[in-house]
Design a protein around this ligand. Structure first.
Ligand code: SF4
Ligand code: SF4
Length: 178
Protein backbone atom coordinates (compact mmCIF):
# COMPACT_ATOMS: atom_id res chain seq x y z
CA UNK A 1 0.00 0.00 0.00
CA UNK A 2 1.54 3.32 -1.02
CA UNK A 3 0.49 6.86 -0.23
CA UNK A 4 -1.25 7.06 -3.58
CA UNK A 5 -2.94 3.67 -3.53
CA UNK A 6 -6.62 3.57 -2.55
CA UNK A 7 -7.52 1.97 0.75
CA UNK A 8 -9.08 -1.49 0.49
CA UNK A 9 -12.80 -1.76 1.21
CA UNK A 10 -13.77 -1.44 4.90
CA UNK A 11 -14.82 -5.10 4.99
CA UNK A 12 -11.83 -6.56 3.17
CA UNK A 13 -9.98 -9.27 5.09
CA UNK A 14 -6.21 -9.58 4.87
CA UNK A 15 -4.41 -12.81 5.59
CA UNK A 16 -1.37 -13.18 7.81
CA UNK A 17 1.00 -12.63 4.90
CA UNK A 18 -0.32 -9.08 4.46
CA UNK A 19 -0.83 -8.25 8.15
CA UNK A 20 2.46 -6.46 8.82
CA UNK A 21 2.56 -4.82 5.40
CA UNK A 22 -0.79 -3.16 5.98
CA UNK A 23 0.39 -1.55 9.22
CA UNK A 24 3.72 -0.59 7.66
CA UNK A 25 1.77 1.17 4.91
CA UNK A 26 -0.18 3.14 7.51
CA UNK A 27 2.99 3.94 9.43
CA UNK A 28 4.77 5.18 6.34
CA UNK A 29 2.05 7.12 4.63
CA UNK A 30 -0.73 8.21 6.95
CA UNK A 31 -0.48 11.99 7.29
CA UNK A 32 0.06 13.33 10.80
CA UNK A 33 -3.23 15.29 11.09
CA UNK A 34 -5.13 12.21 9.91
CA UNK A 35 -3.32 10.05 12.45
CA UNK A 36 -4.20 12.47 15.25
CA UNK A 37 -7.85 12.34 14.25
CA UNK A 38 -7.73 8.56 13.93
CA UNK A 39 -6.19 8.26 17.37
CA UNK A 40 -8.90 10.35 18.97
CA UNK A 41 -11.66 8.34 17.25
CA UNK A 42 -10.01 5.03 18.16
CA UNK A 43 -9.85 5.98 21.82
CA UNK A 44 -13.53 6.89 21.77
CA UNK A 45 -14.23 3.48 20.21
CA UNK A 46 -12.15 1.79 22.87
CA UNK A 47 -14.22 3.50 25.57
CA UNK A 48 -17.45 2.37 23.92
CA UNK A 49 -16.16 -1.21 23.74
CA UNK A 50 -15.17 -1.10 27.39
CA UNK A 51 -18.68 0.08 28.18
CA UNK A 52 -20.08 -3.06 26.49
CA UNK A 53 -17.58 -5.45 27.99
CA UNK A 54 -19.06 -5.96 31.45
CA UNK A 55 -22.42 -7.34 30.40
CA UNK A 56 -21.00 -9.27 27.44
CA UNK A 57 -18.42 -10.96 29.64
CA UNK A 58 -21.21 -11.77 32.09
CA UNK A 59 -23.22 -13.38 29.28
CA UNK A 60 -20.16 -15.39 28.20
CA UNK A 61 -19.54 -16.61 31.75
CA UNK A 62 -23.13 -17.84 31.89
CA UNK A 63 -23.30 -19.52 28.49
CA UNK A 64 -19.96 -20.25 26.81
CA UNK A 65 -18.67 -23.00 29.16
CA UNK A 66 -21.76 -25.09 28.25
CA UNK A 67 -21.87 -24.24 24.55
CA UNK A 68 -21.76 -27.15 22.11
CA UNK A 69 -21.03 -25.00 19.04
CA UNK A 70 -18.33 -22.56 20.16
CA UNK A 71 -18.36 -19.65 17.71
CA UNK A 72 -14.64 -18.94 18.16
CA UNK A 73 -13.91 -22.40 16.81
CA UNK A 74 -16.51 -22.77 14.10
CA UNK A 75 -17.25 -19.32 12.65
CA UNK A 76 -14.76 -17.71 10.31
CA UNK A 77 -14.45 -14.54 12.34
CA UNK A 78 -11.68 -12.26 11.09
CA UNK A 79 -10.27 -8.75 11.41
CA UNK A 80 -11.37 -6.57 8.52
CA UNK A 81 -9.72 -3.40 7.23
CA UNK A 82 -11.76 -1.15 9.57
CA UNK A 83 -10.59 -3.25 12.52
CA UNK A 84 -6.99 -2.82 11.43
CA UNK A 85 -7.36 0.92 10.98
CA UNK A 86 -8.85 1.12 14.49
CA UNK A 87 -6.03 -0.98 15.96
CA UNK A 88 -3.49 1.32 14.39
CA UNK A 89 -5.27 4.33 15.89
CA UNK A 90 -5.02 2.82 19.36
CA UNK A 91 -1.24 3.05 19.07
CA UNK A 92 -0.56 0.10 21.35
CA UNK A 93 0.87 -3.39 20.88
CA UNK A 94 -0.92 -5.10 17.99
CA UNK A 95 -2.36 -8.63 18.07
CA UNK A 96 -0.01 -11.20 16.52
CA UNK A 97 -1.92 -11.56 13.30
CA UNK A 98 -5.16 -12.53 11.62
CA UNK A 99 -7.48 -14.79 13.63
CA UNK A 100 -6.60 -17.92 11.65
CA UNK A 101 -4.10 -19.05 9.04
CA UNK A 102 -6.52 -21.42 7.33
CA UNK A 103 -10.30 -21.25 7.02
CA UNK A 104 -10.69 -24.50 8.94
CA UNK A 105 -8.52 -23.47 11.92
CA UNK A 106 -10.14 -22.31 15.17
CA UNK A 107 -9.39 -18.71 16.11
CA UNK A 108 -5.78 -18.49 17.31
CA UNK A 109 -6.90 -16.32 20.24
CA UNK A 110 -9.28 -18.92 21.62
CA UNK A 111 -8.19 -20.79 24.74
CA UNK A 112 -9.83 -23.27 27.08
CA UNK A 113 -10.85 -20.34 29.27
CA UNK A 114 -12.15 -18.19 26.42
CA UNK A 115 -10.64 -15.35 24.43
CA UNK A 116 -7.15 -14.32 25.45
CA UNK A 117 -7.53 -10.82 23.98
CA UNK A 118 -9.12 -7.92 25.85
CA UNK A 119 -12.36 -6.95 24.14
CA UNK A 120 -10.98 -3.76 22.64
CA UNK A 121 -8.38 -5.73 20.65
CA UNK A 122 -10.78 -8.31 19.19
CA UNK A 123 -12.38 -8.04 15.76
CA UNK A 124 -15.51 -5.93 16.21
CA UNK A 125 -17.72 -8.78 15.01
CA UNK A 126 -16.81 -10.59 18.26
CA UNK A 127 -18.71 -7.82 20.07
CA UNK A 128 -21.63 -6.97 17.81
CA UNK A 129 -22.52 -10.57 17.02
CA UNK A 130 -25.08 -11.85 19.54
CA UNK A 131 -25.56 -15.60 19.39
CA UNK A 132 -28.97 -17.06 20.23
CA UNK A 133 -28.07 -17.66 23.87
CA UNK A 134 -26.90 -14.06 24.25
CA UNK A 135 -29.98 -12.72 22.46
CA UNK A 136 -32.13 -14.56 24.98
CA UNK A 137 -30.27 -12.99 27.89
CA UNK A 138 -30.44 -9.58 26.25
CA UNK A 139 -34.21 -9.91 25.84
CA UNK A 140 -34.50 -10.19 29.63
CA UNK A 141 -32.73 -6.86 30.23
CA UNK A 142 -34.69 -3.71 31.06
CA UNK A 143 -35.80 -1.57 28.10
CA UNK A 144 -33.61 1.23 29.39
CA UNK A 145 -30.52 -0.98 29.39
CA UNK A 146 -31.35 -2.32 25.93
CA UNK A 147 -31.68 1.24 24.60
CA UNK A 148 -28.32 2.13 26.10
CA UNK A 149 -26.61 -0.84 24.44
CA UNK A 150 -28.21 -0.10 21.09
CA UNK A 151 -27.07 3.52 21.36
CA UNK A 152 -23.49 2.41 22.06
CA UNK A 153 -23.57 0.05 19.07
CA UNK A 154 -24.87 2.89 16.93
CA UNK A 155 -22.06 5.13 18.16
CA UNK A 156 -19.55 2.38 17.33
CA UNK A 157 -20.92 2.30 13.81
CA UNK A 158 -20.37 6.05 13.48
CA UNK A 159 -16.87 5.90 14.94
CA UNK A 160 -15.79 3.00 12.74
CA UNK A 161 -17.04 4.71 9.64
CA UNK A 162 -15.26 7.94 10.65
CA UNK A 163 -11.98 6.08 11.28
CA UNK A 164 -12.08 4.39 7.91
CA UNK A 165 -12.97 7.64 6.13
CA UNK A 166 -10.17 9.49 7.90
CA UNK A 167 -7.62 7.08 6.49
CA UNK A 168 -9.26 6.80 3.09
CA UNK A 169 -9.28 10.57 2.60
CA UNK A 170 -5.69 10.88 3.81
CA UNK A 171 -4.57 8.25 1.32
CA UNK A 172 -6.63 9.61 -1.54
CA UNK A 173 -5.19 13.11 -1.13
CA UNK A 174 -1.78 11.45 -1.42
CA UNK A 175 0.12 13.80 0.85
CA UNK A 176 3.20 12.76 2.74
CA UNK A 177 3.66 12.07 6.42
CA UNK A 178 4.85 15.12 8.37
S1 SF4 B 1 -20.80 -16.61 22.40
FE1 SF4 B 1 -22.59 -17.94 22.12
S2 SF4 B 1 -22.05 -19.27 20.35
FE2 SF4 B 1 -20.16 -18.33 21.12
S3 SF4 B 1 -19.31 -19.85 22.58
FE3 SF4 B 1 -20.54 -18.38 23.75
S4 SF4 B 1 -22.56 -19.29 23.89
FE4 SF4 B 1 -21.48 -20.35 22.25
S1 SF4 C 1 -10.84 -12.98 18.83
FE1 SF4 C 1 -11.53 -13.90 20.74
S2 SF4 C 1 -13.75 -13.62 20.78
FE2 SF4 C 1 -13.08 -13.29 18.67
S3 SF4 C 1 -13.28 -15.28 17.63
FE3 SF4 C 1 -11.18 -15.15 18.43
S4 SF4 C 1 -11.24 -16.11 20.46
FE4 SF4 C 1 -13.36 -15.63 19.86
Amino acid sequence: MTACSPLLSPWAVLDDAHWRGFFQGLDSHLQAPAFRKLRSLAHQARQALNDLDAFMSRYCAQTCPHCTDVCCRTLRVAYNVTDLVYLWGLHEALPLGQTRRNDTDPCRYHSSSGCILPRHLRPYVCTWFFCEAHMQLFSLETPRFQRHVLAVLQEMRRLRSAMYETVRISFSTGGTKE
